[in-house]
Design a binder for this molecule. Structure first.
Ligand code: FAD
Length: 504
């Protein structure tokens, strides 16, 4: 019986070894393990996992293909709904989404959907590189071939692939040339922007992504560390697929400074703009001593390591190698910063003001952090950063907390226990309290409505400015990769309807 098999464990790097390197922690399934794990899926008629997936991936259908050994078929099914499966398979919070709804999870372990998604994406990428199996994604709408031999008929919504080079099928898309000749700008190259650009290119639009940093990928590139999401092997390859599909990416363009949205539309001929600029502005504690040397925002710490390779001794911008690091916060960002500091040789303590139960980070990341030797101080909050005579951090004064009544988020709010202050020795503090929206785009785009937190206000991804659409963290506030991607895809559909004149 399928559901009698235990969940197939996934191979991982030994915690002691991986705590000293930046290589990926999880090795993922091989084909045999993936097929065995796939055999656990009950193929529910009303699959709750699909409902729980923000982009509605047809999970039982792709798992069935894995079971059959048709990994290309599985990839095609996932690709109908997700343009970044190798990434989502690695970083999605599956335990609260698809796997959290799996019927097998009621009495035992849910199907390992994330690891199966990752296997399918990795297998197809590796075999594509070897010149087998997967066809390259092509852009452009196949017009001539519709209805003729060898030509797929879903060209209005999708990429014509089957007909390439065959009778009656135009070959334009082989070159990645867009047929429509309509330019759309995407601002920001994170998951929202990439997903939006990918869908627009498939619909035949000429898409240019403008990115303020020197590398594309958003948080996937500058935020999430290599040991969770390899850059060269995964992120850069996924982005290369978009470039192969004819999407242009212009880096080092800070929209709002280098060029405004109005200039893109009025002077550069873009007929619509998608804003996916994320929520990258760090929040701080606002306590005494926060300006001392050795205090970092998690964003700066991670960006300098991931994007600027500051961990390398050869880096032009090496980072301060602290001996004892204190990280404040309990989300994925805090775990990533702590595990990065550990790999740079520090002894690390995470300070979190609620209890372990309330930790917002993915369960897998907390488990990995503990295995690697990160210390946790729960129900603890910093009240002052202590400095030495040279202006460097020498410790963090903290206070113990207890949980009171639930707050607006539904979580019990932490209340300080008076007189419980104590000091933690540290020469660096990394603040990972969350992020907010940079208001540059709103400030330089007249008529673009924002809410009191600076998030862009949208209706079905359309902003208050005609032709300007938005999605991802810049609309929702800091959220998840899959939600950002889902919003990017919705926006592509809205932009298409708008440009077709079906929507104002
Ligand atoms: P971003 O990924 O932030 O991309 C926005 C892009 O826009 C950036 O490249 C930025 O440089 C660019 N930009 C900004 N302003 C401009 C401008 N004016 N002009 C041009 N370009 C601009 N989510 C998960 O699901 N799982 C995880 O495990 C996870 N871990 C995380 C770890 C870290 C360290 C962080 C910071 C976040 C994590 N998240 C995770 C959250 C997730 O990464 C984000 O929700 C997601 O990346 C948001 O996508 P986005 O496209 O909206 O924005």
């Amino acid at each position: 019986m399928a559901n009698k098999i235990d969940r197939v464990p996934v191979r991982e790097q030994d915690p002691k070894v991986r705590a000293t390197n930046f290589e990926e922690v999880c090795y993922g399934y091989n084909a045999e393990e993936a097929q065995l794990e796939a055999s656990r899926c009950l193929g529910c008629k009303k699959p709750r996992c699909v409902e729980a997936c923000p982009v509605g991936i047809k999970i039982p259908a792709f798992i069935h293909q894995v079971l059959e050994g048709n990994f290309k078929g599985a990839y095609d099914i996932i690709s109908e709904d997700s343009s970044l499966p190798a990434i989502c398979g690695r970083v999605c919070p599956q335990e609260t989404q698809c796997e959290g709804s799996c019927i097998l999870g009621v009495k035992g372990q849910p199907v390992s959907i994330g690891k199966l998604e990752r296997f399918v994406a990795d297998y197809n990428r590796e075999n594509e590189d070897a010149g087998e199996g997967v066809e390259k994604m092509r852009t452009g709408v196949c017009c001539e071939g519709v209805g003729k031999v060898g030509c797929c008929t879903v060209v209005e919504e999708d990429v014509c692939c089957e007909g390439a080079g065959k009778d009656g099928c135009c070959g334009d898309f082989e070159d990645g040339i867009s047929d429509r000749g309509v330019k759309v700008a995407v601002v920001g190259s994170g998951p929202a922007g990439l997903a939006c650009a990918s869908d627009l290119a498939k619909l035949g639009y000429s898409v240019t992504i403008f990115e303020s940093l020197h590398k594309a990928g958003g948080v996937l590139t500058y935020g999430i560390p290599e040991f969770r999401l390899p850059k060269k092997a995964v992120v850069e390859k996924e982005i290369q697929k978009l470039l192969d599909a004819g999407i242009k990416i212009e880096t080092d363009v800070f929209v709002g400074r280098t060029v405004t949205i109005d200039e893109l539309m009025d002077k550069e001929g873009f007929k619509a703009v998608f804003v996916g600029t994320g929520a990258g502005l760090p929040l701080f504690l606002g306590i005494p001593g926060e300006n001392l040397n050795g205090v970092f925002s998690a964003n700066e710490y991670l960006t300098r390591n991931n994007l600027m390779q500051a961990f390398s001794k050869d880096s032009d911008t090496p980072i301060f190698r602290a001996k004892k690091v204190c990280v404040v916060g309990g989300g994925n960002v805090a775990m990533d910063a702590a595990r990065t500091a550990l790999r740079l040789g520090a002894e690390v303590t995470i300070v979190y003001r609620r209890s372990e139960k309330e930790l917002p980070a993915r369960a897998e990341e907390v488990h990995h952090a503990k295995e690697e030797g990160i210390n946790f101080q729960f129900l603890t909050n910093p009240v002052e950063v202590l400095g030495d005579e040279n202006g460097w951090v020498k410790g963090i004064r903290c206070i113990r907390m207890e949980l009171g009544e639930p707050d607006a988020s539904g979580r019990r709010s932490p209340v300080p226990i008076q007189g419980s202050e104590f000091d933690i020795e540290a020469d660096a503090l990394i603040v990972a309290l969350g992020t907010k929206i940079n208001h540059l785009i709103a400030d330089t785009t007249p008529g673009l409505e924002t809410d009191r937190k600076g998030r862009l206000v949208t209706s079905e991804t359309a902003t208050s400015r005609k032709g300007v659409f938005a999605g991802g963290d810049v609309v929702t506030g800091a959220a998840t990769v899959i939600l950002a991607m889902g919003e990017g895809r919705k926006a592509a559909a809205s932009i298409h309807r708008y440009l077709e004149g079906k929507e104002q």
